[in-house]
Design a protein around this ligand. Structure first.
Ligand code: NAP
Length: 409
């Protein structure tokens, strides 16, 4: 039983969200973040305050409220993700965060994933666009202008995993053999990958709705449905069914249009491995992507590399139905650079740009883009964006933020 909103209800919800940010002094909770969080958060905040001041002449101001998560929360209140943090995000509707550590193969589960799941932020939105001046590993980075919608609450991220040798895994293994005749090696760990109709439809609805609202020409459903037929394959099938049911006035599948969609959005599906080579060969053929959680994780980092790396790749976690959103950079905590005032704050600053735009503060958002364009073109950049550029001056995290502030016009 699908419980989410249909197309017109979704648009009503999005409009209501826009109205709810119509205030001059919103409180915005932020998580500083582990690792390089201590470097990139203060740098980013200085840029946010400067663009708001410039755009609104003191008539608007963000009231920043720090909330705890990760190492700082553990050191302060002995919890990795205090309930108060989730409640504060929930109360204020919009927030922003730095990266948080997740140990590999042991220890606590991902706090980033927990925030997305607890607040039901079902879309991970990742726009990938090139800034002129950056040296990239590909020849035509300017051809990349893609907005990726990654499902954010299901798939292998749902945390249904059992450890090899545990009583639970042996019990499940016996059950699978007795009930389904599935023979799985006894020394296996087992993970479960749930993908629901509800989760798939609301993600794909958000993506096609975005494409329609923003005049995009095509939408690709990216999946691995040839192998995982009832999860990834179902994601594809539910996507086509939804678009046929709710969006046939604005979108048409490749099959139904023979590749000639006229004024409509062309909807096609691409198998994930083929997608990873097609974005290198012909990125200009992709505008909006709707994909499952793990595919989206891989694809967004691959796309980020094409335009200059994860130092310049923003993201937002959004529930379009209730309007809640937490914005965050694509990258992690880059521990080897923590506290060195070296990492690029660009991803977090651009995540703030997305946040301002989401709130309807377009003037502040525009100033972030123009100042970032200018600093990069001048060659005043952090170490990562200086790679391959002979004209570049390498700036520290805080100096890069200062350069942006100077370029706000
Ligand atoms: P990472 O922290 O993203 O760092 C990998 C590499 O990416 C860095 O060594 C650096 O490359 C480059 N990089 C990342 N952020 C950068 C920045 N701001 N400026 C310039 N370069 C940057 O990935 P990881 O080392 O795999 O993960 C570290 C921790 O972060 C893990 O605990 C992981 O779980 C966590 N993580 C958190 C999030 C999140 O909070 N949403 C997301 C991903 C990972 P160079 O070495 O080439 O300079």
């Amino acid at each position: 039983m699908v419980e989410n909103l249909n197309r017109s209800e979704l648009n009503i919800a999005i409009n209501k969200t826009r109205e709810s940010f119509d205030t001059d002094n919103p409180t915005v909770p932020f998580i500083e973040g582990d690792g390089i969080g201590i470097d990139i958060w203060p740098a980013s905040q200085s840029v946010f305050d400067a663009v708001v001041e410039k755009a609104y002449n003191g008539e608007r101001k963000i009231n920043w409220v720090e909330v705890l998560a990760g190492q700082k929360a553990y050191d302060t209140v002995s919890e990795w993700l205090p309930k108060k943090t989730l409640d504060t995000f929930d109360e204020h509707g919009v927030g922003i965060k730095g990266p948080l550590t997740t140990p590999v193969g042991e220890g606590i589960r991902s706090i980033n994933v927990a925030i997305r799941q607890e607040l039901d932020l079902y879309v991970c939105l990742r726009p990938i666009k090139y800034f002129k001046g950056i040296e990239t590993p590909t020849k035509s980075p300017q051809d990349v202008d893609i907005v990726l919608f990654r499902e954010n609450t299901e798939d292998v991220y749902s945390g249904k995993e059992l450890e090899e040798g545990s009583d639970e895994v042996l019990k499940l293994n016996s059950f699978l053999e007795d009930e389904f005749g599935w023979k799985i090696r006894k020394d296996s760990g087992i993970g479960i990958k749930p993908i629901s109709n509800t989760g798939s439809e609301r993600l794909i609805r958000a993506a096609i709705n975005f494409a329609a609202e923003n005049g995009k020409k095509n939408l690709a459903i990216v999946h691995k449905g040839n192998i995982m037929k009832f999860t990834e394959g179902a994601f594809r099938k539910w996507g086509y069914e939804l678009i046929e049911r709710e969006f046939s006035d604005v979108a048409v599948s490749w099959e139904d249009s023979n590749g000639n969609p006229g004024d409509k959005i062309l909807v096609q599906d691409v198998i994930a491995d083929a997608f990873l080579q097609q974005i290198l060969i012909k990125p200009q053929e992709f505008d909006v992507i709707a994909t499952t959680n793990l595919n989206g994780d891989y694809a967004s980092d691959a796309l980020a590399a094409q335009i200059g790396g994860i130092g310049i790749s923003p993201g937002g976690n959004i529930n379009y139905e209730n309007g809640k959103a937490v914005f965050e950079a694509t990258h992690g905590t880059a521990p080897k650079y923590a506290g060195m005032n070296k990492a690029n704050p660009g991803s977090l600053i651009l995540s703030g740009e997305m946040m301002f735009r989401y709130m309807g503060w377009n003037e502040a958002a525009d100033l972030i883009i123009t100042s970032m364009e200018k600093s990069i073109l001048e060659g005043n950049v952090t170490y990562d964006l200086a790679r391959g550029r002979e004209d570049a001056t390498i700036l520290s995290t805080s100096e890069f933020a200062d350069s942006l502030v100077r370029n706000i016009q």
